[in-house]
Ligand binder design. Structure first.
Ligand code: ATP
Length: 319
């Protein structure tokens, strides 16, 4: 293997730059050439390739986003699009590819594998919704960003005796709401994996108010629906002063946490080593404290459930 390329695809996540850096540096360390592909599969189709040397990935480990930029490409999902992508790979003599992204990006990776292009996936999404890996790059940073917002909202909530609903991203997954809610001491955490019981939520709020609590914070995962709808449903049962904050894309940005930089470095390096060992069609995932290669076909399209123990624990601790 002489030339290894890397691309970032789908939603961006803090730590993607650290993953690219690890791919590039491990590739060069092993005497191969490193190539960056801009704008994910769109750039692969367009031949938007750039040679990367050691200096090209200097000073990016601490930066959010992805300096290779990312995109969603409808064209790549067509037969013609994939043929053009394959042609770019041939022209640029790419021997192996590392795809940094989420479930959709891995579906694309699998299709390239089926066309005999060696590909390894590196899981990156703030949603932490990829089956087979304990952690995805960007999740820890997003949890900490949400936590920072919760802490700030707590200050104002206490001053005004208010209830706050905080909506966080996560698509169909409750992981981000769950971990930010546990760390932030939320009264209730609403996740799409569990039916929402408004009577219980109101009972909890009332119990808190009765014992003199001056503030309450409820985390709402976007997969449950709009926090404004949740507010309306609570207010149908009780006349509380409720404010809504939607954190939205703030959760995607910011300097990556130490954990995200560390797992990105480990996964990126591991992905290159898998390619150098002649492996393909795998994801470099975290299991326990180790990075392992997991067949892409075993993870794609599978739902990664939330940790029910943690959800129950958050409820117990918010009593
Ligand atoms: P995130 O979860 O952060 O949004 P993702 O990787 O799941 O990341 P998607 O938008 O689902 O993001 O996928 C990114 C790109 O991967 C798509 O724009 C498309 O080019 C490619 N892709 C997705 N699904 C497929 C598929 N079934 N076949 C081929 N390519 C796909």
């Amino acid at each position: 293997m002489k030339k290894i390329a890397v691309l970032t695809s789908g939603g961006d996540a803090p730590g993607m730059n650290a993953a690219i850096r690890a791919v590039v540096r491990t590739t060069i360390y092993n005497g191969c050439e490193a190539v960056g592909i801009k704008r994910g599969y769109a750039g692969l189709i367009d031949g938007d390739f750039t040679k990367l040397d050691l200096g090209s990935v200097a000073d990016i480990i601490q930066r959010g986003g992805t300096f290779l930029h990312t995109a969603r490409s409808e064209e790549f999902m067509t037969k013609e699009g994939k043929e053009e992508a394959l042609e770019s790979i041939r022209i640029h003599k790419i021997d192996g590819l590392v795809v940094v992204g989420g479930d959709g990006s891995f579906r694309g990776a699998r299709e390239l594998c089926e066309l005999n292009v060696p590909v390894i996936g590196v899981p990156a999404t703030i949603d932490n919704d990829i089956f087979g890996t304990d952690l995805t790059i960007g999740f820890d940073t997003a949890v900490n960003t949400a936590l920072d917002a919760i802490n700030r909202i707590r200050d104002t909530a206490t001053s005004h005796e208010r209830i706050f609903l905080i909506e966080v991203m996560g698509r169909n997954s409750g992981w981000l709401a769950l971990e930010a809610g546990l760390a932030g001491g939320a009264e209730s955490i609403l996740v799409p994996e569990t039916p929402v019981d408004y009577e219980t939520i109101v009972k909890r709020l009332q119990r808190g108010l009765d014992r003199g609590k001056r503030h309450s914070i409820i985390l709402v995962a976007e997969g449950v629906g709009s926090a404004f709808d949740v507010k309306r449903k609570i207010q149908e049962l009780a006349d509380y002063d409720i404010r809504v904050t939607v954190l939205g894309h703030t959760l995607r940005g910011g300097t990556p946490s130490a954990t995200d930089r560390i797992i990105a470095s480990k996964m990126g390096a591991f992905a290159v080593n898998l390619l150098l060992d002649g492996k393909t069609d795998l994801m470099a995932g975290m299991v326990g404290n180790h990075v392992v290669g997991i067949p892409l076909q075993e993870i794609i399209g599978k739902k990664k459930g939330i940790d029910e123990y943690v959800h129950n624990l958050a409820g117990i601790l918010a009593i």
